[in-house]
Design a protein around this ligand. Structure first.
Ligand SMILES: *Cc1c(COP(=O)(O)O)cnc(C)c1O
Length: 222
């Protein structure tokens, strides 16, 4: 499928500006993360050419294959990991990414703590919350979030905020509101919430980072 990524980027930026206006927020307070998972470098380049610099991937290995060479051609790229992270990939993730959105369990706190000591490098992490309390979903159980935050702080992991992926196919607004409240209660500024189908709603409810794939790149194969 052929898509005009640069035009899509303009449309998404306009929708973000509109949502910010309605919510009386400043557009600079909302970071658009272009989720480029499954899309090859030649589909990502038009967005880089159009000035987009913040991207997200959900698999360490796929990102390792695509981004080192793109970074040689484009300055200022900021890469976010938005997918589940295995503990044995923590070091690879720290070496490649600028931010992790999927800190969701004590074993991963340990692995990231160890990796950052070894590499002498820290990157901001979002604690992912299983906001809909779904059996099969990634993310920390709501009741365990304060403890996980405390463990991350103990391990000297810089915490950016909270992240969620609400249940599919039902109104996401209550889940966004809950995540925002939890972030407030825990003294965290960042709220990584909102995807292609619901990012304007997420912005109204305080999203600081929206993760948009399909609306920029078109549908993913398979
Ligand atoms: C794929 C993905 C997105 C982007 O989803 P779209 O619906 O394509 O915008 C956002 N967040 C996470 C965690 C994802 O895995």
């Amino acid at each position: 499928m052929s898509v005009n990524a640069a035009q899509n980027l303009e449309d998404v930026q306009a929708a973000i500006a509109k949502a910010c206006k309605i919510a009386r927020r400043a557009p600079v307070d909302v970071t658009l993360i272009a989720i480029s998972k499954t899309h090859p470098a030649d589909e990502i380049m038009p967005l880089l050419d159009a000035g987009q610099r913040v991207f997200g991937e959900n698999r360490v290995q796929e990102a390792q294959g695509k981004w080192p060479s793109l970074r040689e051609d484009f300055d200022g790229v900021e890469l976010h990991l938005v997918g589940q992270l295995q503990s044995n990939k923590a070091e690879d993730a720290l070496a490649l990414f600028d931010c992790i959105h999927s800190l969701d369990r004590p074993s991963l706190v340990k692995a990231i703590g160890k990796a950052q000591d070894k590499l002498g490098q820290r990157i901001p992490c979002f604690v992912q919350v299983n906001i809909g309390e779904e059996e099969q979903k990634g993310g920390c159980a709501i009741g365990d979030v304060p403890d996980l935050i405390a463990k991350a702080r103990d391990a000297d992991i810089p915490l950016a905020g909270l992240m969620c992926v609400p249940p599919f196919d039902i109104e996401p607004a209550p889940f966004f509101a809950l995540l925002a409240k939890m972030a407030d209660d825990n003294g965290l500024e960042g709220r990584s919430m909102g995807m292609s189908s619901d990012y304007p709603t997420a912005i109204m409810l305080g999203a600081t980072h929206v993760r948009v794939g399909t609306a920029l790149f078109g549908a993913r194969d398979g």
